[in-house]
Design a protein around this ligand. Structure first.
Ligand SMILES: *Cc1c(COP(=O)(O)O)cnc(C)c1O
Length: 368
């Protein structure tokens, strides 16, 4: 196998381009010892809320904690069920499980690969509290379809936006659609910290206040604990780094869209199936996932050419060992299972050079 010449994602290019700015931001936090929460984390919360277009953003230590706190604030607990797509990163379901509630996995549509509102409706029971949709790969799910099901049955809609910072559904930012939007700033996400980070966006002050207390050891006033809480605060250094990155996010998003559109238009090999992007959505191409019948052959072919590809995700949530006790079996979510067996993620990151994009397209088109 030859050496990797095109990486799936390369974060060093962003760091090299903005090194001084990042370093200065970090240095200020150190000088002021604003390490845990504090001025820079709070300033980022305000700027991120404005970016998403909601009154409140509650910064936390990672995206998984964001999902956990969102579920707690929405009153999810033991005996409850929350509907989640089978095709997602496992942390979506963790957020539900941590509260003692049960995630109920539903299939994706065969073309958008996002949660299928019809499947969600079939999964509603007397114990269902809400639907936690995921804007997977940066492609907004059918929010309108999900909202209709939720309204009919009196459920909440929450959004897992960990892969979709800046994506739009009918002109509205993800994270501003449902009751809560949960974001991750894990390195490699469209907006990322230098370590771990996350945020929950919401419209209601009572939710914001509750999550702020929960992330801060269950107290509003120091050393007076009104409920069992968590240490889920966002670090000051991450807040400071994220404020720098947030300025660049629109530029990065524009570049991701350019690359995504080039792939969509120029990869014409019939052996490669693309995700559908409905017209009422504006995706942000966090991951460029395609389906290929002979997936393993394609992976070997790309590796041989020095192009790194990977899989999102090789095992759908309902078939993970961690959830074996829920009793799901192969065949329960056929579209998600098909995707797990045939998905390949192509290189895509904002700093990709034209010659690299050209090469990925040419290799895809030459695959036989
Ligand atoms: C990354 C991710 C998460 C978890 O975020 P962390 O910051 O890694 O905890 C949750 N859901 C989805 C869809 C993700 O991609």
């Amino acid at each position: 196998m030859s050496e990797i010449r095109i990486k799936r994602i390369d974060l060093t290019r962003d760091y090299e381009a903005h090194e001084r700015e990042y370093q200065q931001a970090i240095e200020r936090v150190c000088r002021e010892t604003a390490f845990s929460g504090g001025k820079y984390a709070d300033a980022f919360d305000r700027e991120f809320a404005a970016y998403v277009g909601v009154p409140y953003a509650c910064g936390v230590n990672n995206g998984t904690s964001a999902l956990h706190l969102a579920m707690l604030a929405l009153g999810v607990g033991p005996g409850d069920e929350v509907i989640v797509p089978a095709n997602t990163y496992i942390a979506t379901a963790w957020g539900v499980s941590y509260t003692g509630a049960k995630p109920v996995f539903v299939d994706c549509t065969p073309d958008t690969w996002e949660i299928d509102p019809k499947e969600a409706e079939k999964a509603v029971t007397g114990a269902t509290k809400g639907i936690l949709g995921v804007h997977l790969y940066g492609q907004p799910f059918d929010y309108e379809g999900v909202r209709k099901v939720a309204e009919k049955h009196g459920l909440f809609v929450a959004e897992d936006c960990a892969q979709a910072h800046g994506a739009e559904f009918e002109g509205k930012n993800v994270g501003s659609l449902g009751e809560m939007g949960c974001f991750s700033f894990y390195p490699g996400k469209n907006l990322y910290a230098f370590g771990e980070g996350g945020s929950i966006t919401c419209k209601e002050e009572k939710h914001y206040r509750h999550m702020t207390r929960l992330k801060n050891q269950g107290c509003d006033v120091r050393y007076y604990h009104d409920e069992i809480g968590y240490n889920y605060r966002l670090e000051g250094i991450q807040g400071a780094v994220l404020r720098v990155s947030l300025k660049y996010l629109p530029r990065w998003t524009a570049r991701r869209r350019e690359i995504g559109r080039r792939y969509l238009q120029e990869i014409t090999n019939p052996l490669i199936t693309m995700q559908a992007h409905p017209e009422n959505t504006n995706p942000v191409f966090h991951l460029f996932v395609v389906q290929i019948e002979e997936r393993d052959k394609f992976l070997a072919y790309m590796a041989e050419a020095g192009v790194e590809c990977n899989l999102h995700y090789p095992v759908p949530c309902h078939l993970q060992k961690a959830y074996a006790d829920l009793g799901y079996k192969k065949g329960d979510c056929p579209n998600a299972e098909r995707l797990a067996e045939h998905c390949v993620t192509l290189p895509l990151f904002p700093e990709m050079r034209e010659d690299e994009i050209d090469r990925v397209i040419a290799l895809c088109n030459e695959f036989a």
